[in-house]
Design a protein around this ligand. Structure first.
Ligand code: P1T
Length: 387
């Protein structure tokens, strides 16, 4: 089935009815190994670290959604990131990364990749000129999260791709926040797309996973080698749950975004709030760029409360529908306090320099009724105002 529409690909890419039984969903191949018909005569599958049909369906599906031929699935988003760096780079290579990143990604770069002998420079996520200035002769990889976590900065993918390629480096884009429903980085020049499928792709807060979509076959082969050699693969059940989640991505993303818009506007009008970060708002510094490189603005909203940590703690305690929890992108609305949760691994000085302040709260807009979500936020905001 070639050239499917996006909504069709969500449901069918990589997934044909099972040949033997006609099962319309991909079976869960809960097996570690496969019978061989003779030495050197397998049936295309040898061992489930190397390959598994349920996982392969997910890998083919993400490749189709991102508009490339090659996909790979991992046990987590961070495992996918590790395979990119472990598969492609060596000691002495240099990485340029945007400076607003998920805290766990920053920790992986700082505490693991530096130990491997990699050099890393962070560039202002919103400034292609900063990426250009950070490039060196030994830069092999440029890494951008866009929109960024947690501040919803936007990196100009086409501009940064040009800079990376001029320096003979690859561009990897973490597309977790936008998903391929709102943004397809390869069409803008990226070489590798990274996902924490734990988030919107899985969509139901019930499975951890990571996915890569890779444009070039040689790059894919190197990362695939690492996937098998290091072995951070998902089990077939996790792959199956992720495939099931992906089927409804389009309808969910529309609902997440509609709620996020209403939330961002309501927060902007509230006197307890000093700043709102949402690329769909006209006063977001990269509103025009987001509109040009994305098909929508997504479901994540961050904001700054007047009154720092005490106000944030009070607000988070008063919420009833939003759940205080790490992660994002599930059907249920979540609230997070980045300074002590998702971004606690970043030293305070660096956090503050990036804008992750003591009053910052991050919301993942779920797909519950808009009215209930707004009421929940208003109640909590009004109570902190009362003191
Ligand atoms: O948690 P894991 O599946 O390993 O994915 C890591 C990851 C990678 N990239 C982005 C943009 C992410 O947001 C994450 C994980 N983030 C959270 C857990 C969070 O609450 O922000």
């Amino acid at each position: 089935m070639k050239r499917m529409g996006f909504e069709t690909a969500l449901i069918h890419a990589g997934q044909e009815a099972d040949r033997r039984t006609g099962s319309v969903t991909v079976p869960v191949y809960q097996t570690s190994t496969y019978k061989q018909d003779g030495v050197g005569r397998d049936r295309g599958w040898e061992y489930s670290r190397t390959g598994n049909p349920t996982r392969k369906a997910l890998e083919d599906c993400v490749a189709a959604l991102e508009g490339v031929r090659h996909g790979l699935a991992f046990a987590s988003g961070l495992a996918a990131e590790t395979a990119v760096v472990g598969g492609l780079l060596k000691k002495g290579d240099h990485v340029v990364a945007g400076d607003d990143l998920y805290g766990g990604t920053y920790r992986l770069f700082e505490k693991v990749f530096r130990k491997w002998g990699l050099e890393i420079t962070y560039a202002d996520s919103g400034s292609p000129a900063a990426f250009r200035r950070a490039m060196r002769r030994n830069t092999r990889l440029v890494w951008a999260e866009t929109p960024t976590n947690p501040l919803l900065n936007i990196t100009d993918i086409a501009a940064v791709a040009e800079i990376a390629h001029k320096g003979r480096a690859l561009l990897a884009v973490d597309n977790t926040f936008a998903t391929p429903y709102f943004q397809r980085p390869v069409g803008l020049g990226a070489d590798i797309v990274v996902h924490s499928s734990t988030k919107y792709l899985g969509g139901h807060s019930d499975v951890i996973g990571g996915l890569l979509a890779i444009k070039d076959k040689a790059v894919f082969e190197e990362v695939k080698f690492h996937q098998n050699a290091a072995g951070a693969v998902p089990g077939p059940w996790d792959a199956w749950l992720t495939l099931r989640g992906i089927k409804t991505l389009a309808v969910r993303m529309k609902a997440h975004e509609a709620n996020a818009f209403e939330i961002a506007e309501a927060l902007s009008r509230h006197p307890a709030v000093s700043k709102v970060y949402y690329p769909g708002l006209k006063d977001h510094p990269a509103h025009a760029l987001a509109g040009a490189q994305m098909d929508g603005y997504g479901g994540m909203v961050s904001f700054e409360l007047k009154g720092g940590r005490p106000a944030a703690e009070k607000f988070l305690k008063k919420l009833k529908i939003f759940t205080l929890a790490e992660s994002l992108g599930g059907v249920e609305s979540l609230a997070c306090y980045p300074a002590a949760m998702t971004h606690a691994a970043i030293p305070e000085k660096d956090r503050l320099a990036r804008g992750i302040t003591a009053g910052l709260v991050r919301l993942s807009a779920g797909i519950e009724s808009t009215e209930d979500l707004l009421k929940d936020l208003h109640r909590a905001l009004n109570q902190i105002q009362r003191g």
